[in-house]
Ligand binder design. Structure first.
Ligand SMILES: [Zn+2]
Length: 287
């Protein structure tokens, strides 16, 4: 069954009622988007909202996130459009196991039989089970083609390939093993710290506070907000393009602003906004 008609994980989450009914609507999230260069060796290859990033190293390619199943096919085509060979993807990374970021990994893995998936213990187990095991999304429409995990990531673990070093930060809450990535990248001639945000969204249906969707979820969110606020974030990126206003920044880039994606203030504001939303929801559920 197509999963592409559900847009529930973006910055604009549907109401709990729509979520429960599974109402169908056209999904703008996986509309195709032309791939483009963000910085030296760093490219956007995702769809209109389901973000995905290609890193080109001397020793092969790193692909971070796969979008949903439809996006996965677009990513493979986008890598070719940029002039690279998808079979040269050596490492597959992921922000989190939800279908809109992990279902497309299978298409990339097929195009790159030598690629190894690195994932956190909690989210890797769900990806290896094709979406099964998520504490909230327990329906066929959320499941996808599994990809086996080659390397289980610990918090703070570095992933290295061809001169690049990416650091995995396990920032649970949205999912138990949600992973935020940081790495240095050259943008407009300057070395900058990039951050790919996992997600800090409290989904409709999540229980936080005294009753929890899974044990420890609230503490995970608390720890994650502390981590996020402390991490370097100059090139602000995320699992959804809408988190960081990708399309507006791309327009600015096209208009000649070479460092359009350098946005430390936007990153700070995003964390302030999503932490406030978390605290409001926590209060609402725990009067
Ligand atoms: Zn999600």
């Amino acid at each position: 069954m197509s999963l592409t008609h559900f847009r529930i994980f973006g910055a604009v989450a549907l109401s709990a009622a729509v979520f429960a009914s599974g109402a169908l609507a056209a999904d703008p999230g996986d509309a195709p988007y032309p791939p483009f260069k963000i910085g030296e060796g760093l490219y956007y290859v995702g769809s209109a909202d389901y973000a995905a990033y290609l890193i080109v190293t001397k020793a092969g390619l790193i692909q971070l996130d796969g979008g949903d199943a439809e996006t996965g096919k677009q990513i493979v085509a986008n890598i070719r459009t940029l002039g690279f060979d998808p079979s040269q993807v050596k490492i597959l990374l992921n922000t989190h196991q939800h279908f809109d970021h992990a279902a497309g990994l299978a298409a990339i893995a097929k195009a790159a039989p030598g690629a190894k998936l690195y994932a956190s213990a909690a989210d890797g187990a769900v990806i290896a089970a094709g979406g099964r095991g998520d504490p909230l999304l327990k329906a066929e429409r959320f499941y996808y083609e599994p990809v086996p995990v080659a390397v289980t990531l610990k918090d703070g673990q570095q992933v290295k390939l061809g001169g690049w070093t990416l650091t995995a930060h396990i920032t649970g809450g949205h999912t138990a093993g949600c992973t935020t990535w940081t790495f240095p990248v050259t943008v407009a001639g300057k070395t900058r710290q990039a951050l790919v945000h996992c997600s800090s969204t409290v989904l409709p249906g999540y229980r936080i506070g005294k009753v929890e969707t899974w044990p420890g979820q609230t503490a995970q969110f608390e720890k994650s907000f502390a981590t996020w606020k402390a991490l370097p974030c100059e090139v602000f990126l995320g699992s959804h393009a809408s988190f960081y206003g990708m399309q507006a920044k791309k327009k600015a880039l096209d208009a000649g602003k070479a460092d359009a994606f350098v946005d430390p203030q936007g990153c700070k504001a995003f964390y302030a906004k999503t932490e406030a939303a978390f605290r409001t929801e926590l209060k609402k559920q725990n009067p």
